[in-house]
Structure formats: structure tokens, C-alpha cells
Design a protein. Structure first.
Length: 348
């Protein structure tokens, strides 16, 4: 091994928790820790629990790359998205992948399905293969994921959110402000009984931040927030339908509804029409996401469009700059606050 390659390995491994570190803290041999990962049935249940606790505490990730290749970064960038099948993230994935591929890098993608625990599992698996960089969605992680992020010896980027106080590079927008903007728009149009419908999928914490922005804005205007949570497990269209029926059959009907996303809003809008409601005369409907069908609905759906494509392209550029592939003058821009666009259509 040359002096240069040896220095590179030391630099990349600096600060990384090793198998020996785990073994020392548990008080067993490194072979026992290796057996825990490769042949867990040969380790007693009590010892497995002790090892698991230390692994989580330290944020240890086993390096799955063969020893002779461990010093070489792959040209793969790992990304964890809440929902691969969801249209809202499609442009981010495409923009990110297209920008990477122009420079010989490939995307390794996983879905957390809005589960912090599944995200943790994906992050652990990805880091074990030593990707060139790690890209996550939002800032809602388990304590173990936070520890792994802290220990990762590679660029880490958080997208679709904006938290200046956090360590990873931030590329996104304020979900709280989205809630504020939607509420102000409806209030300016003369609506006063404004309800908010949450996502039926548990774990969508960004929707909760949009709800908080909505609630704070209504309270500042002297109005009462009105939040409806659909039954868990329903599809978005079914959840929107359930919300519309429940809200419009309440003693005091809302005159406008903000839905957590366009799928919910479409389900609510169509259900309202089937029940004989006039949109927006009887009840205005507002979404989030600007999905492809939003403009095609009748009436067309007012919504807030996130900068999905821009997030993907910019995240890839920051990765490539961090790796020295793209030039950068001075330090890498860590805080990247983007704007959302409120699109007023016929439903409001």
C-alpha cells in the first residue's frame, strides 16, 4: 500500500466507530462481535441484547466492503425517501439521479414508508457499504439514526426540510410556512371556518408541521383551528372521502378545508361532488404537492407546489461539490432555503 493510499484510508476512517470499539465497550472479543452480525444464533440471547445496546449507543455500522476495497469510496450515493411510489417525490428522485449520472455516479434508493424505524434500517444497511454520500428526507430520525449520521465519514444531506440548527447540509423549505401560506390565502378569500385534514399515513411528521403553521395562523387571526385525522390504514383517496363526509356532516360545516396533500384533497373534492356539494361555493378545497392531476380536476385544485425538482438537482450538486467532483469557491453552502409556490385554481 502506498503512503498516499494509507493516508486516504486513515482520513476516511477518522472518527469511525470500529468493531474493536464495540467489543471493548461490551467486554468481549472482536470475534464475538463479528459472530453477532454474521452468526447471531451462536451468541447467547443475553449477550445479543448487550451487544445490540452498545451498537445502537455508538451508532456502529459494520463495514461490508471487503478489506482490500474498504479504502475506496464507491461511486454510489444512497438516498432514503418516505415513499418511492408517491408522486410528490418523483421529481426529486429524477433530478437527483440525472445530475449524479452526468458525473458517473449512481443512485441507491430505499423507501422508509414514513417509518423512522425503517429509515434507520435502510441507513444502517447503506452505510455498511460505504457509499460516497447519504441523502435523507426531513429531520425526523430515531436516536440511533442520529448517532449514525454523526459518525458517518461522508457527506450527509437532509432534503425536503430546512433546519439551520442541524449539522447536515439543509436543502428544502419550511413546512410550517406552507401551513401559514395556505391559511392566509383562504382567509384572504373570505373563508373563516377553515379545517385541516391530516395524512392517513402515520409518520408523516412534515404534515404535522404544516398543521402547526395553519393552527398558529388561525389563532393569530382570532379563529379556532379545526383538525381532522382520518382513520389509519385508509388509502389517501378514501381518507379524503372520509374527512369530507365527517366534516360536512358536523353541526357547523367548514367553509374551506386544507388537506395535507393533493391525494387527500382529490378524494375529498370528488366525494363532496358526489354528495351534491358545490366546490368552492359550499366548501373550498386546498391541497399540497401540485400533483399532475391537480390542474385536471373539475374544478381544478388550488395547491402549494414544493420545489421538488430543484431539491433533487441541488442535493446532487452539493454531494458532488463535497466530493470534489464539482468546483466550489469557499465552503460548501450548507443552508439552502427554497421557496414553495401557491397555485390558486378553481377549488378556492
Amino acid at each position: 500500500m502506498t503512503e498516499k493510499s494509507s493516508a486516504t484510508r486513515k482520513r476516511r476512517n477518522a472518527g469511525r466507530v470500529t468493531l474493536s470499539t464495540v467489543a471493548k465497550q461490551v467486554g468481549v472479543s472482536a470475534i464475538t462481535i463479528s459472530r453477532y452480525f454474521n452468526q447471531p444464533e451462536q451468541v447467547s440471547p443475553d449477550l445479543r441484547e448487550r451487544i445490540a445496546a452498545v451498537v445502537n449507543e455508538l451508532g456502529y455500522v459494520p463495514n461490508l466492503v471487503a478489506g482490500g476495497l474498504a479504502s475506496a469510496r464507491s461511486k454510489v450515493v444512497a438516498m432514503v425517501i418516505p415513499n418511492i411510489s408517491g408522486p410528490i417525490f418523483a421529481n426529486t428522485i429524477q433530478g437527483f439521479s440525472d445530475t449524479l449520472s452526468q458525473h458517473g455516479f449512481q443512485l441507491l434508493l430505499a423507501s422508509s414508508y414514513f417509518s423512522a424505524e425503517q429509515e434507520e434500517s435502510a441507513v444502517r444497511a447503506f452505510l455498511g457499504w460505504s457509499p460516497a454520500a447519504l441523502v435523507l428526507t426531513s429531520h425526523f430520525h430515531t436516536p440511533t439514526t442520529e448517532k449514525m449520521i454523526e459518525q458517518a465519514d461522508m457527506p450527509v444531506i437532509e432534503t425536503w426540510d430546512y433546519r439551520p440548527e442541524r449539522g447536515p447540509i439543509q436543502i428544502g423549505f419550511s413546512h410550517y410556512q406552507v401551513g401559514v401560506s395556505a391559511t392566509r390565502h383562504l382567509h384572504a378569500k373570505g373563508y373563516r371556518r377553515i379545517a385541516f385534514v391530516l395524512n392517513s399515513m402515520a409518520g408523516d411528521f412534515s404534515a404535522l408541521e404544516r398543521r402547526d403553521g395553519y393552527a398558529a395562523t388561525l389563532q393569530a387571526l382570532g379563529l379556532e383551528p379545526w383538525v381532522f385525522t382520518p382513520q389509519a390504514g385508509l388509502t389517501p383517496f378514501e381518507a379524503g372521502k372520509q374527512a369530507m363526509h365527517a366534516l360536512m356532516n358536523s353541526p357547523t360545516r367548514p367553509d374551506a378545508i386544507v388537506f395535507a396533500n393533493d391525494n387527500l384533497a382529490a378524494g375529498g373534492l370528488l366525494a363532496g361532488q358526489r354528495a351534491g356539494l358545490r366546490i368552492p361555493q359550499d366548501c373550498a378545497v386546498m391541497g399540497f404537492g401540485d400533483y399532475a392531476f391537480a390542474e385536471m380536476l373539475l374544478p381544478s385544485l388550488s395547491t402549494i407546489k414544493p420545489p421538488a425538482l430543484e431539491i433533487g438537482v441541488l442535493a446532487a450538486q452539493r454531494v458532488l461539490q463535497s466530493l470534489g467532483v464539482l468546483p466550489v469557491s469557499g465552503d460548501i453552502q450548507r443552508l439552502n432555503l427554497l421557496d414553495c409556490q401557491l397555485i390558486e385554481r378553481e377549488s378556492t
